[in-house]
Structures are given as C-alpha cells and as structure tokens.
Design a protein around this ligand. Sequence first.
Ligand code: GDP
Ligand code: MG
Length: 295
Amino acid sequence: MSFLSGFIAIIGPPNVGKSTLLNRLLGQKIAITSPKPQTTRNRILGIYNEDDCQMVFIDTPGIHQTRSLLHKSMVGSAKSSLGEVDIILLVVGSEEPANNSELNIILRILGKTDKTAILAINKIDLLKKEDLLPIIEIYSKMDRFDSILPVSALHDDGLENLIGELKKKLSPGPQFFPTDMITDKSEKFLIAEIVREKIYYHTREELPYSCAVTIERIQEDPKKNLLAVMATIFVEKLSQKRIIIGKNGGMIKKIGSNARMEMERIFSSHVYLELFVKIEKNWSSDTRSLRRLGY
Ligand code: GDP
Ligand code: MG
C-alpha cells in the first residue's frame, strides 16, 4: 500500500469551532480559540500523522462579509486557501443553516468548485438527538458533500470517524512535512497568540479586535527551566490602553497570569512574562501597521 497524503482546508463561519477542532484532531493546542467570533487571524498549518498517511490541515479565519482592512485580509486568506487544497472540510455549528448569511456565502463559494467536500456539524453536544437528523437532512439535500459527520470537538465526539472519513479521501502522495513537525508556526507566534487569546476572554465589545500582540524578546534558561518573555500589546487608542491595564493594573495582571499559566502548561517550563501596552493609532486599518504586526 502506498503512502497517502493531502491538504485539507478547514473553512466555515466564524465561531463554529474550527480552531478547537484542529487542536483536538492534533491532540495539541496550536491555534487559539475563544467564544468571540473572528479570533483566528492568520492561516495556520496543522500536521496530522499516521504511519501510512499525512494530513495537512489549514485553519483559516472564518469567512464573513466585511469592510475593515484587517478582516479583508483574514477573509482573503480563507478564500485563497481553497485553491491550494485537496479536500475542503466545512465546519458548521449545530444550529439550522437557514438565515446564516455567512454560511450562505460559503456554500456559494463551495458550489463553484468540484473539490471533495466533507461537512462536520460541530457542537452536537448542544443539541437534542432528535434535532440532529433534520439538520443533517438539510445538508444532504444540498447534494454537495461527500460525507456529513456530526461531531463535538469540545467533547472529543465523532473525531475518530472524521479522521477515518478524511483518510478515505486522501490520494497517494508524499510526506510533505517531517513527522515531528506539528505546525508551520513558531513558538514565538504561539506565545503571542496565547496572550491575544486571554485578551479575548477578559475584554469585551470592540476591544479584542483592536488588539495585536508582538513578542519583543524570548530568553530560555534551560538550567533553571525558565522561559522569559517580553511582549507588547498594541491597542488603537488611549481609552483602550486604560481598559487593558485596568484599575490598579488588575486587568493586565489577569491577562498576564492566565497567559503565563497556559504557557507553563504547554512548554512544561517556568515562565516569566512581562507585558507592555502601546498605542498604535488605527493599526487595523493601516496597511503598513498590519504588515508590521504580522497580518
Ligand atoms: P472558530 O472561530 O470557528 O475557530 O471557533 P473556536 O474554535 O474559536 O471556538 C469558538 C467557541 O466555540 C469556543 O468558545 C469553543 O470553546 C466553542 N466550541 C468549539 N467546539 C465546541 C463543541 O463541540 N461544543 C461546544 N459546546 N462548544 C464548542
Ligand atoms: Mg478559529
């Protein structure tokens, strides 16, 4: 038997659990997640290996209608990943698809390609059993999906089936990446993303979307098993800087200690994390700032 491989784009509306699903499939956190839409800003490769196959997943920012420059770049990267893959994995939430304008845009895009498409209906833990079948029916009537799988990424339900189904659709091909490589993103990227994730969890309204995080310095001290990180949180205006810092520095302490604890878990090391807050006016609508901040 020959080795099987393929590129798989994970697409779907914002907030349906695409990044959660990817982390669970890989058994490791490489993409941050949050209850807020548009958490994922960059495309991230996640590499899944078995002895006889390799699946290269591409996690994308959700596809949605948009005006802002940051969001344009996010949606653009989601759409362009479709051209480069062998299989499209569409993830949707377990609510009914009607009236979901974002989903309808995606279905229109899907209609224009004849690539293998697999549908994962996620968050079935939120659904009564009898409500699942009618939803599956709606999607199977579309006659576009090679298979439809109900899953719960959060509760690790149906994921083995999903992997099995994807494996059936792979073609003979090379091992594109070494088996010890799980993502194309650096440790530095993940560290910045973890800080950004905690901002998403602790702040509200437009604030998370006005934040970007860069890493100024990472120093490893293997003798002390210590990782020292200096990071900057960029916001767009003074009022946002005040919120991020919080009363008596309470907010930034909370963000910092949550981020530090998560990094300590992921890297199995002590972490010393120093956070700074800077204002960069309107960075999310300025091409040059966007590029500098990694978008
Ligand atoms: P993305 O925007 O599609 O990448 O979505 P995320 O992966 O960031 O997840 C969005 C939210 O949905 C987070 O709060 C997740 O914890 C939650 N979520 C993801 N998968 C499931 C699931 O299977 N069940 C439930 N109840 N929540 C989920
Ligand atoms: Mg995501």
